[in-house]
Design a protein around this ligand. Structure first.
Ligand code: GLY
Length: 298
């Protein structure tokens, strides 16, 4: 099997001055995932490495630089699923954690559960001495400025996009889907979106493939987008891109023009990257070929 890594840096409207950083960030993540696969790592390790690199990059709404909730606190979500045994793990509403994808992986690999939230998730991380917690680990001056502007009512929109995600296909044909987010700027404390919800924000299956979604969580949750996209693509592989583009448009229209996007990889390596938003930064590392990346809608 030719290893492949697909990356997204979130659907939404990205300010012009952040385009370069977003493209550099997704390209670097694709390369990091590919190098992991080339060195013999499995799909889970490759997808986690790719997402971790984007959690550290403040151009994205995840980990360091994640957006703030209505109280000015930072609560993050993350989810991961591997195809071969359909195990998944996720965390929601975790405060001030820079690397929540590591905690989601821990839930998947070392607990009998799929989703832990809030204090329980934080306690698990501490028991395993995992993760970087603290305001200084996650807050950036830019994120605080965006929060102050949004709170004053001068502009509620973040000037980055939503969420980061990665899909890896390894030499054995195993797939992994992983995502991480700060959620929505000014969200009500405790709000959890699609990113840690299996079947909505992400899914991986040996027969269907893997999918990571991005955009307004409430719209994605309502439509169980990740699983639905995979079944649609499996039913008509030759028309997958067109059908999924139409599905994103349909969901967006039903949710007041919400940004919606997804990346999807089928077990045979066929890929789909679509979005109904001004931008979605994305990158692909396919075998030995140079990484390709983009940001605008076709
Ligand atoms: N898509 C991320 C969120 O809505 O929280």
């Amino acid at each position: 099997m030719q290893p492949i890594v697909l990356i997204h840096g979130g659907a939404g409207t990205i300010a012009e001055e952040l385009h370069e950083a977003a493209l550099a960030g997704v390209s670097a993540a694709a390369e990091i995932g590919r190098r992991a696969l080339q060195s013999g790592a499995d799909a889970v390790t490759a997808a986690v490495a790719a997402v971790r690199s984007m959690e550290d990059e403040p151009a994205f709404n995840a980990g360091r630089g994640a957006c703030m909730n209505a109280d000015g606190d930072i609560e993050v979500d993350a989810g991961i699923m591997r195809s071969w045994d359909r195990r998944s793990g996720a965390v929601g509403g975790v405060r001030e954690l820079r690397d929540p994808i590591l905690l989601a992986r821990l839930v998947m690999e070392q607990t009998p559960h799929c989703l832990l939230v809030g204090q329980g998730a934080e306690a698990l991380a501490r028991r395993h001495q995992l993760g970087h917690f603290g305001r200084a680990e996650v807050e950036t001056t830019k994120a605080r400025e965006r929060w102050l502007v949004a709170r004053s009512g001068q502009g509620a929109r973040d000037n980055r996009a939503d969420t980061v995600g990665a899909i890896a296909l390894d030499h054995r044909g195993h797939l992994c889907a992983a995502g991480s987010t700060g959620g929505v700027l000014l969200k009500i404390p405790g709000r959890v979106g699609d990113t840690p919800i299996v079947g909505a924000g992400f899914y991986a299956d040996p027969d269907l493939g893997a999918c990571c979604c991005t955009g307004v969580g409430e719209a994605i949750l309502t439509h169980m987008l990740a699983y639905r996209a995979l079944t649609l693509a499996a039913a008509a592989p030759e028309a997958a891109s067109a059908r999924l583009r139409a599905l994103c448009a349909e969901i967006s229209a039903a949710h007041a023009g919400a940004a919606i996007g997804l990346i999807l990889l089928r077990p045979d390596g066929q890929r789909v990257l679509v979005h109904q938003s001004d931008h979605m930064s994305w990158a692909v590392a396919d075998g030995e070929q140079p990484v390709i990346a983009g940001l605008r809608r076709e």
